[in-house]
Design a binder for this molecule. Structure first.
Ligand code: ZN
Length: 238
């Protein structure tokens, strides 16, 4: 299980050491609401094994997932822009560990380390690309392709753990009816790309999922790689 965060890994040794010295490892619990939209940013989080979903809230609808943050990213990056409020709600999607740095110390680190500022700025750019891609995906792509993309995105950050997800939960993540997820998941199971039982999904074939996922999946990976020269996952497709 990796216990690092890829953004911290990209820092020069002295900047990484300063950040790690200012950080505290914490455990995040499934479904924990870390922040509400508009709330002040008191801490930034660099997940190592935890996964955080960033959710948009629209009146009359369930919150819809806008992006996912795992070991490749961070929560609270807008501090680099001088913005000290969370733009959206943040909820723990998968329990695990994260490194926490207080906003005050993080601001100081940003001021003292151009390398850290550059990494966070580039991460913000990647997030903007991802949000645009996700908006287009939600508008244009079919549920089965979006579901395959979502499962791959989650699996990239899950460190080999099975995904604990009900159809209702998936439907809320994708902003569709539960019946649509049931049909789409049934097709993926029939093709033996996933094994689904009692709210637990095991990815059996990443290459199978990649064959049905929309182009948004490789596009999002490429956006990250362009900035950081790294893949989000180091998995080899079975
Ligand atoms: Zn798509």
């Amino acid at each position: 299980m990796p216990d690092t965060n890829q953004l911290i890994d990209r820092l020069p040794a002295d900047a990484a050491q300063s950040l790690l010295a200012a950080s505290l490892q914490i455990d995040l619990e499934f479904n924990q609401v870390i922040a509400e939209a508009g709330a002040p940013i008191f801490q930034v989080l660099f997940p190592t094994t935890a996964i955080i979903s960033v959710m948009a809230e629209v009146h009359g609808h369930k919150p819809l997932e806008m992006s996912m943050i795992g070991h490749e990213g961070m929560l609270g990056a807008s501090l680099a822009l001088g913005v000290d409020r969370h733009p959206m709600q943040a909820v723990v999607q998968s329990s695990g560990a994260a490194l926490q740095v207080s906003a005050t110390r993080f601001r100081r680190l940003l001021t003292n380390s151009p390398a850290l500022k550059s990494i966070v700025d580039r991460y913000l750019f990647v997030r903007a690309e991802q949000l645009a891609q996700n908006a287009a995906c939600n508008a244009f792509h079919e549920v089965s392709a979006r579901l395959a993309r979502w499962l791959l995105t989650m699996d990239d950050r899950a460190h080999g753990q099975p995904l604990m997800l009900t159809h209702l939960f998936l439907a809320n993540m994708l902003g569709v009816r539960r019946s649509a997820v049931t049909i789409a998941a049934g097709k993926l199971q029939k093709k033996q790309f996933i094994c689904y039982a009692r709210g637990r999904i095991q990815v059996l074939s990443r290459s199978g999922l990649e064959s049905v996922a929309c182009d948004c999946y490789p596009a999002t990976l490429a956006a990250y790689q362009r900035q950081f020269g790294l893949e989000i996952t180091d998995k080899k497709s079975p």
